[in-house]
Design a binder for this molecule. Sequence first.
Ligand SMILES: C[S@@+](CC[C@H](N)C(=O)[O-])C[C@H]1O[C@@H](n2cnc3c(N)ncnc32)[C@H](O)[C@@H]1O
Length: 340
Amino acid sequence: MTRVFALTTRGLEEVCADEIAALPGATIEQVAYRRVTAICGAPLPSLLGLRTVDDVFLDVAAWPGIVRQRGALDRLCELGAQLGLHQAAAHCAGVRTVPRSPAFSVTANFVGKRNYSAEEIKQACAESIAAAHGWAYAPDDAEADLNVRVFIDHDVAFVGVRLGERPLHRRSYKQVHVPGSLKPPVAAAMLTLAGVGPGMRLLDPCCGAGTILIEAAQIGAVAQGGDCDPDAVTAAQANIYAAGVSAGAREWDACALPLDDGAFERVVTNLPWGREVQVDAALEAFYRRVCAEMRRVLAPGGRIAVLTSLPHLVAFPDLRRDVELEISLFGQTPAVQVFS
Ligand SMILES: C[S@@+](CC[C@H](N)C(=O)[O-])C[C@H]1O[C@@H](n2cnc3c(N)ncnc32)[C@H](O)[C@@H]1O
């Protein structure tokens, strides 16, 4: 049995907990702000297949007394010197290559205001861990064999060692980005909330770099999408190719889709919302027209999931809203809504 914690996008904690709980032998211990702790009896590599979490860590310590005053840096130094990482390194070596004397990086973040920075937390922990273990500190995570994560919530620092080589949210298929491109775990969570499954016909009418299409194709959906921006379509096609999945992406106007009525069992999209993406038409008129098109192409009994920071502009008069979930993304608080 191994205790692990996953870090998540704020607002998606329950979706992530459900995905972890579905692993054989996994028991959820705690669902907290941006963090899900679980005891895992399943083989550890199964954790690397999680799609909705940002990343997953072997739980190595929970340090209380990490106050907001600068004295906390000395405490972090002391606790870092007592930290034992050899067992976590051995667990990681069970799923991937880890040298006997690994180079390690430290990633730190915290909730709330502090009189010190994430960089200072990293320094405090890195120096003491390096001294205690005789391991080299790699400031650049890309050069490290192990990543130590320090996540401070209120007065407790949760310390973990990343199980995988790279963060789970960083999918190798994301070769080309476009403005407002979605974090893959958020796309995966939208698909879960919309109940997308293998064989379902799925549409993303504003596909950007294709994140939703690829995540959907990877779970076996028949995904099709498009975008009005030819660069976005090229990016989506490149990413689809890199992912090695089959999905269509073409140039179109989401307000006049060249698609048959009732052709899709699921429509899942991340609509433009002004700050990252310029919309030509007035935003309200655009939302009205694109919603009407998404409704037109939806098959009877189908579902629509929309992510936007303008949820009040999303309306389907004859559908029921089953889910409204506020999340944190790009420093904003958009909502995922699911209609059926
Ligand atoms: C928030 S982005 C989508 C990002 C995408 N989910 C991803 O992961 O890359 C919104 C997209 O809507 C597209 N868009 C804006 N107006 C559109 C229209 N009338 N028809 C089709 N796409 C449109 C933009 O070009 C942009 O790529």
